[in-house]
Design a protein. Structure first.
Length: 261
């Protein structure tokens, strides 16, 4: 499966990260950021739970299913467009399959006060300290790649580091597992991580399993006005949108249009 390959490659990359900056050093950096109070607590959560639809605009260079993304505007201009239209930014930091890296997140942080989600395959506590050290506001926990014990431990660690958490699920069973940690933000990925096929009906089918007190995020495959209307009908709180914005010359205009639908 593609997912297994991504996780195996992530383990190799993690060893490279740890060789450059030790666990002790990255933890020290994270604790310094935490002590400084430079980032407001729960900003990501608060921006998604407000009245009306919220949009997470994503920055990514590629995906395993669709290959390289043809960018219409450069990173700095894109940040300006996002600053004027979306409620949070998602930044891919996975190197091998999505062509991301933490330097992109650092650049976005230097140019934006919006909450930033570090979107990666989080399998080691080192990554949580690294996320805090680079001033991310939230991290992604993918239920499909974590057992119950690690899901619980990682959620607790994120809380200790004042990082919000988007807990990502793909089916009824994963939602049931996710509910054991009582997450505040629960996402459904419309992309099947086994074969990377996409269906927005995944969100529609799983909506009834999401308690109303959770911030409900629909992820992947959101490309058209019809998609936005369908998801709004299913009472989604927030959309995470990548390719549609990355390949558009006017992501600001598109985001504002979709919010108004």
């Amino acid at each position: 499966m593609i997912l297994d390959k991504i996780v195996e490659d992530k383990k190799i990359r993690l060893n490279e990260h740890k060789a450059r900056i030790s666990y002790e050093e990255v933890r020290k950096q994270a604790e310094a950021v935490l002590a400084s109070g430079s980032r407001p607590e729960t900003l990501f959560y608060n921006n998604l739970r407000k009245e009306g639809i919220s949009i997470i605009g994503e920055f990514k260079k590629a995906s395993p299913s669709l290959g390289d993304i043809t960018e219409k505007i450069d990173l700095l201009d894109r940040i300006d467009e996002y600053n004027a239209s979306v409620d949070a930014i998602s930044c891919l930091t996975e190197e091998d399959h999505f062509k991301g890296n933490i330097d992109y997140l650092k650049t976005i942080r230097s140019k934006s006060t919006l909450p930033i989600l570090r979107k990666d395959f989080m399998i080691d506590e080192y990554q949580f300290y690294e996320a805090k050290a680079i001033e991310a506001d939230a991290v992604l926990l993918i239920v499909a790649i974590l057992d119950d014990a690690r899901l619980k431990d990682f959620y607790k660690l994120a809380g200790e580091l004042k990082l919000d958490v988007l807990v990502e699920t793909h089916d009824e069973y994963e939602i049931e597992r996710a509910m054991k940690i009582d997450p505040k933000i629960l996402g459904v990925n419309n992309r099947n991580l086994k074969d990377f096929s996409i269906s927005l009906e995944t969100t529609g089918r799983l909506r009834k399993y999401i308690p109303d007190d959770k911030v409900f995020v629909s992820e992947s495959g959101i490309m058209t006005d019809k998609d936005i209307k369908y998801l709004k009908e299913n009472k989604v709180d927030a959309f995470l949108i990548g390719r549609a914005f990355m390949e558009n010359k006017n992501p600001k205009e598109l985001a504002l249009k979709w919010k108004a639908l």
